[in-house]
Design a protein around this ligand. Structure first.
Ligand code: NZQ
Ligand code: ZN
Length: 393
């Protein structure tokens, strides 16, 4: 087992009606003036924003609002948030929404604490993050895991580049998780979330590291739970049982617990980010589109890992190692399809791409040759091109 540092400072308040505690939690964590950030329509339509506004008013906490955050959130919206936060004098940023809203809140928090520095300089690692405002969230979708993660992903709308930033300053003070808030989700978003939660675990599970027994068992249990409950949740997003299992799994899948002691891969996420940056497709769907192509390309690195995945997660086994490996991959693909997730470019809705487009995607993945992608197998530009090509039908 590798050495690790596991620091999760996020207070979790879980259960029906917990959104009513948002104002008290902000106060408890030192907030006295709040910028409340939300997305397109869902939080307004459900009455959630009004409920939270009433709680703030009741608690005597002044607040400003910034709405209109879209999926694959834009740098420009975060910059707008920084302006509001600075002129209002906000000392706490509250996200009401999903990964896109929470990541915007994280960017605003960093930008507002460092008003002289362009936000993108932090995302390109030109400037290290040394301070940020505290943030909290009221989660409305189980998916990205941003509510407990140290990461935030932004799209630079001018450059059409999507980048993540990992820093301990991205860890939220608290997350309010009421599974009933997710009942209004479209089935497609429930499926995207299910896929993303699985992928956060699989990106850690596929490691060359051995002897990491507890972490492996936790990851496998999480995957089996998400596979079972994700299907039920997509069938009925009003069913509290599956929706609550998904919500907790979403947070645990990406707070680092499922990969402690191992080395993360995250190649599929890089492939997905390039697809989202170029075609603005949903994050979860971008991942299922390329995962099997990645798996078939990389399985030779450590077939035993794929055998374990097939046997422990899917409970399938073939006559040979190769057969078992392929059975595990096939079961995953079948599952993604069964919840309506795409497994190739045409299913994703972007059509068959030209050679030039594939080369462009691959080149951007490896930062024009400046890096490789992933750790299970370190992939160069040609590898990335071949993986995209495999999904190009
Ligand atoms: O904008 P509204 O109207 O709220 O609609 C949203 C949006 O269209 C809708 N939605 C959310 N809660 C709802 C709801 N609709 C009805 N009822 C509700 N209760 O769902 C759509 C998707 O929302 P979004 O926030 O984009 O979803 P998700 O949580 O999947 O976040 C995706 C973003 O997070 C990033 C992704 O790359 C993507 O940009 N990620 C962030 C990570 C992190 N910070 O740790 C890790 C992930 O790997 C991921 O990269
Ligand atoms: Zn993800």
């Amino acid at each position: 087992m590798n050495s690790f540092n596991f620091w999760i400072p996020t207070e979790i308040v879980f259960g029906p009606g917990t959104e009513k505690q948002a104002a008290a939690l902000v106060k408890k964590h030192g907030g006295t003036k709040v910028l409340l950030i939300y997305g397109g329509h869902s939080a307004e339509k459900s009455g959630l924003l009004e409920t939270i506004g009433q709680e703030f008013s009741g608690a005597g906490i002044p607040f400003e609002k910034l709405g209109g955050v879209q999926p694959n959130p834009l740098l420009s919206r975060a910059e707008q948030g920084v302006e509001i936060a600075v002129s209002f004098g906000a000392d706490f940023i509250l996200a009401v929404g999903g990964g896109s809203v929470i990541d915007t809140a994280k960017a605003v928090a960093i930008g507002a604490a460092n008003p002289g520095t362009p936000i993108w300089d932090f995302w390109t690692q030109k400037v290290p993050v040394t301070k940020s405002l505290p943030i909290g969230s009221v989660l409305t979708i189980s998916a990205a895991g941003s509510e407990m993660s140290d990461s935030a992903v932004l799209t630079n709308d001018e450059l059409r580049v999507k980048r993540g930033l990992n820093t301990p300053f991205n860890r939220a003070k608290f997350a309010v998780m009421d599974p009933e808030l997710t009942f209004t989700l479209p089935k497609y978003q429930v499926a995207c979330g299910t896929a993303d939660i699985m992928m956060h675990t699989m990106e850690r599970y596929f490691t060359l590291q051995d002897g990491n027994e507890l972490t492996d068992e936790i990851a496998e249990a999480l995957l089996r739970t998400v596979i079972r409950n994700g299907k039920a949740a997509v069938e009925n997003p009003h069913d509290y049982g599956p929706m609550s299992e998904l919500m907790w799994a979403g947070s645990l899948s990406h707070n680092d617990l499922t990969g402690l002691g191992g080395v993360k891969d995250f190649a599929t996420h890089q492939f997905g980010h390039e697809l989202s940056a170029t075609f603005n497709v949903a994050h979860g769907a971008s991942l299922t589109t390329v995962w099997a192509s990645w798996a078939r390309y990389c399985m030779g690195q450590k077939p035993e890992r794929f055998v374990r995945f097939a046997e422990k997660v899917w409970q399938v086994s073939g006559g040979s190692v190769q057969e078992t490996v392929l059975l595990g991959i096939e079961k995953t693909v079948e599952y993604f399809r069964s919840i309506g997730m795409p497994t190739c470019f045409t299913e994703l809705g972007i059509g068959v791409q030209s050679e030039e487009s594939l080369r462009g995607l691959a080149d951007r993945c490896v930062f024009h040759g400046a890096r490789t992608v992933g750790n299970f197998k370190k992939l160069n530009g040609e590898d990335c091109y071949l993986i995209y090509k495999d999904a190009n039908h």
